[in-house]
Write a protein that binds this ligand. Structure first.
Ligand SMILES: Nc1ncnc2c1ncn2[C@@H]1O[C@H](COP(=O)(O)OP(=O)(O)OP(=O)(O)O)[C@@H](O)[C@H]1O
Length: 876
């Protein structure tokens, strides 16, 4: 008590505080040792101590040394500060702060602090699969929020996710109606549950961020006030646990990685309520199928095999009060005793904003990151898998050219998927199990066989037991590329497997085709097989691109280097098929986009040079084009340097930026079809500049159904005054009024080439046409169907309309044909035989659509349209 009086006597003796502290130094050390931690924390909070001083004191070994250090520091801080400290000592001694600590507590909090320091140090950097030596990626600077959802969702939704591509796939991530979101800080909290969950399972496909999430939890626990329910939190990885093959105890297991806790483990085990144990990467556990639930371990010091200890922890027999968080890829979930799991969390990865955030953080520059993000976003298929952080990492590293696999800079989508394959194998499978190369290669080929035959059967989801082949593939490979969904069925739950995404399945299917002899009845490249299996060419588009990319010399070399895969014998026959198909498409004007992608995948200019079609007709219609589509187009047109007889960009969402990119090629074009695009005035200006260019070759220009107004139409009129090539202008189904058409009709005075401007379905009334007919320019303005232009002219137009109808979805049919109907309505009542046939044709066509349409309101609209056509036909 004497010492205590010393401190209280501090102000009564009349001496200076500094000399008081010096004379009573010994007694003060005794007096303050019990509460030194509180003093320094408080000192820091009240700015009496700097962070550095606080750290210096905290690092001293033992409380008495800490007090000495503090007194030394105070000695240098001057009289005034010394007085403030003394006041603080007294306050703390009087118990004015609730955190006055006992001797035991001081030791306890010291251990926690020390442990937190260890965790913070261990987790402050993200461990990249493929980081360069010395390269540091700080968690605080690079962590991007991950989307976590509760529990399971339906198989229907899963299927939808698998088959959705591009931005749409990424947007599905935010669907909180189907997937209730859990925030990271809520992971251990009670959320409409009866009790706080103690056993938590976090699952997610390969590379989705499970390990990074674990790091984030530990780092936040160590460095912030988060997860403060836990005094101690620590993690064990199954990769390390695999190394323990002899019987052991939980204590020994923990101490192997957390030796600094040797003096705390007893306390942690007794007070397990505030202990968080994270077990990361169950899918990597060599003994995952040996979690023996018949024999438990009840005591942390009881010896047993690792699977038994893990099983006992999960089931709650060992440290029943502790919180256990287990992470795993989904494919091995049925080996986890899920009956004891109280919370299921699925990491679904990134959504749009997180992907953008990832890119910005990766490049360390917001602007650069956003720019690259936008270009990837436009790449429909590439963007699809960006919900997986590891895929984002591959895309970013590849685009930055900072790739350490010693592979030539990837150029195409297949290159990036190849990297994904190799990274998952090299940095995961090889590390889990150093099986020989041949075994891994064999397994990859078996997996690709599964992908191929499932593709032939239109299967994206499959039951494990139905697929013999699955049992022949080592689990490390299955776990890396497949996903598992648990569904409620009559009589219990069932596990349904799928590839991580359909694009991965297509990639593996192409891998199979490239490296296997397939029987003629299973040859998906054969048109009769495609027909028999009801595989329309569209559903094999990506398969074809991957096949071309995988067969390319570039990727064959990579596969040989990393998988020891012998070169495919199919390259020569494939390239001749590709060249022949491209030539056919160019000559007959059939859809060419996917073949251009396949050609681009080859990255072989000499191959493109062999393409010498008689004419060049490029049909890209009815695809919503993205910048990469224009890249593959320009790649082709740069090498095949011929005049373009026809370029069809109908219904492609082409816009001014794309027009700018393809300007040089437009000047090589004789017929340009850009109808059914919403053309803004900038795009129209652009077309006008092409028309007015002295070297313009355009003979026909299709601008039907492009929302043209009078202003734009008159711009075209102006440009045509300088044009010497255009014969026909097609502007059906726009919003052009009589006034503008009348102005346009003087075009024959300045332009001698133009022979017709087809204006069907614009704002003309029945009488307007007669007035126009009386004008001299009548031969140019074609606002209705009559005999003047002959059957052949109109038959060509009709064939085109009809072909468009066949391409259109039911919904689009209604809007498109309504405009055609309006156009036909303007035609006079002359009895034209061929028109009667058209009405019959359209009636049959609509009849067929009505029969097959399963959406009631659209069906009704088609029926009503059909009725209108019937009435129109009857009036003729
Ligand atoms: N939240 C995140 N923020 C930033 N990068 C992330 C994040 N999550 C994952 N990554 C990136 O993705 C890579 C893979 O993540 P991680 O290793 O955590 O995945 P995983 O789900 O544990 O995969 P696996 O099942 O293959 O072990 C990381 O190396 C990192 O580059």
């Amino acid at each position: 008590m004497g010492e205590s009086r010393n401190l209280r006597d501090w102000q009564s003796g009349g001496e200076s505080t500094l000399s008081f502290l010096q004379t009573h130094r010994v007694s003060l050390i005794n007096e303050l040792e019990d509460c030194i931690d509180s003093i320094i924390d408080r000192g820091l909070e009240e700015n009496l101590l700097s962070r550095d001083d606080h750290e210096d004191i905290a690092y001293e070994n033992g409380p008495r040394k800490k007090v000495r250090k503090l007194l030394d520091i105070i000695n240098c801080l001057g009289e005034q500060n010394a007085s403030l400290f003394c006041a603080l000592f007294i306050k703390i001694q009087n118990g004015n702060f609730r955190n006055k600590v006992t001797k035991y507590q001081s030791g306890h909090s010291e251990s926690i602090e020390k442990h937190k320091e260890v965790l913070a140090r261990r987790n402050d950097c993200i461990k990249y699969y493929n980081a360069r030596l010395g390269e540091k990626v700080y968690l605080t600077e690079h962590f991007v929020n991950l989307l976590l959802v509760k529990g399971h969702y339906s198989l229907e939704f899963k299927k939808h996710e698998l088959l959705t591509f591009g931005q749409e796939r990424i947007h599905l991530q935010n669907n909180t109606d189907v997937k209730p979101e859990v925030k990271l800080h809520q992971i251990f909290q009670k959320l409409n549950d009866r009790r706080t969950p103690k056993k938590i399972l976090v699952s997610g496909v390969a590379g989705i961020g499970k390990t990074v999430l674990v790091q984030k939890i530990l780092y936040d626990y160590a460095k912030t006030a988060a997860f403060k329910n836990f005094d101690f939190a620590l993690n064990l990885t199954f990769r390390d646990l695999n190394l323990v093959t002899k019987p052991t105890t939980l204590r020994e297991i923990i101490l192997k990685k957390h030796g600094h806790l040797s003096r705390n483990l007893d306390e942690i085990f007794t007070n397990s309520k505030s202990f968080l144990l994270i077990l990361d990467g169950f899918d990597e556990f060599k003994f995952y199928n040996q979690i023996d639930l018949e024999q438990y371990v009840f005591d942390p010091d009881e010896e047993a095999r690792v699977p038994q200890i893990i099983g006992s922890l999960l089931i709650g027999e060992l440290l029943s009060e502790a919180t256990i968080l287990l992470t795993s890829r989904p494919t091995v979930l049925n080996h986890i005793p899920t009956e004891s799991i109280e919370r299921f969390v699925v990491i679904t990865g990134f959504s749009v904003s997180e992907i953008e955030d990832y890119f910005q953080k990766f490049y360390g520059d917001k602007e650069v990151g956003t720019k690259i993000f936008l270009s990837v976003k436009e790449n429909h298929f590439l963007f699809t898998l960006c919900y997986i952080p590891a895929f984002c990492w591959i895309v970013c590293s590849v685009l930055k050219g900072h790739y350490t696999l010693n592979i030539e800079q990837p150029k195409t989508m297949t290159d990036i998927y190849c990297h994904y394959l190799i990274v998952l194998l090299k940095y995961h499978v090889y590390q889990v199990d150093c099986t020989k190369d041949e075994a891994i290669l064999k397994a990859v080929l078996s997996l690709s066989e599964l992908a191929y035959f499932s593709l032939l059967r239109h299967e994206t989801l499959f039951y494990e037991e139905d697929k013999e082949i699955i049992h022949t593939i080592p689990s490390e490979i299955i776990n890396s590329f497949l996903d598992k969904t648990c569904v409620q069925e009559l009589g219990g739950t069932e596990n349904v497997l799928s590839f991580t995404h359909f694009t991965i399945q297509e990639f593996f299917a192409a891998f199979y085709y490239a490296h296997h002899e397939v029987s003629p009845s299973d040859d998906v490249m054969d048109l009769t097989v495609q027909e028999k299996l009801d595989l329309s060419s569209g559903c094999l588009d990506l398969f074809h691109r991957f096949l071309s990319g995988l067969l390319s010399v570039r990727n064959q070399n990579i596969l040989f280097k990393y998988l020891k895969l012998e070169g495919s014998k199919k390259l020569a026959s494939y390239t001749s098929w590709l060249i022949e198909s491209l030539i056919n498409c160019c000559e007959n004007g059939s859809s060419i986009l996917n073949l251009l992608h396949c050609l681009f995948e080859q990255q072989m200019n000499s191959l493109v040079e062999t393409i010498k079609p008689a004419v060049l007709r490029i049909n890209l219609s009815d695809n919503v084009l993205s910048p990469i589509d224009f890249d593959v187009l320009t790649y082709f047109l740069d090498i095949v340097d011929m005049d373009i007889q026809e370029l069809d960009l109908t219904a492609t969402h082409v816009n001014a930026d794309y027009f700018k990119q393809i300007q040089p090629y437009l000047l090589r074009c004789e017929k340009l079809w850009i109808g059914e695009n919403n053309l803004d005035s900038e795009s129209v200006q652009f077309i006008c500049s092409v028309l007015a260019a002295p070297d313009c070759k355009l003979q026909e220009l299709g601008l039907g159904w492009t929302q043209l107004e009078d202003k734009e139409f008159l711009e075209i009129h102006k440009a045509l005054k300088f044009n010497h090539s255009l014969n026909g202008l097609w502007v059906e189904g726009n919003n052009i009024t009589y006034g503008a058409i009348e102005q346009f009709s003087d075009i024959t005075l300045t332009n001698t080439c133009l022979q017709y401007a087809v204006l069907l379905g614009n704002g003309l009334q029945a009488g307007d046409h007669t007035v126009l007919m009386e004008k001299s320019a009548k031969k140019v303005i074609v606002a209705h169907i009559d005999q003047d232009y002959g059957e052949e002219f109109w038959q060509g137009w009709w064939d085109w309309i009809f072909q468009r109808c066949k391409m259109c979805s039911d919904e689009k049919i209604v809007s498109f044909l309504t405009k055609v109907y309006r156009g036909l309505g303007l035609c006079d009542g002359k009895d034209i035989t061929w028109m009667r046939n058209w009405y019959i044709e359209i009636d049959n066509f609509l009849e067929d659509r009505v029969k097959n349409c399963c959406i009631t309101h659209i069906k009704k609209r088609i029926e009503s349209l059909q009725q209108k056509f019937r009435e129109q036909s009857a009036m003729r």
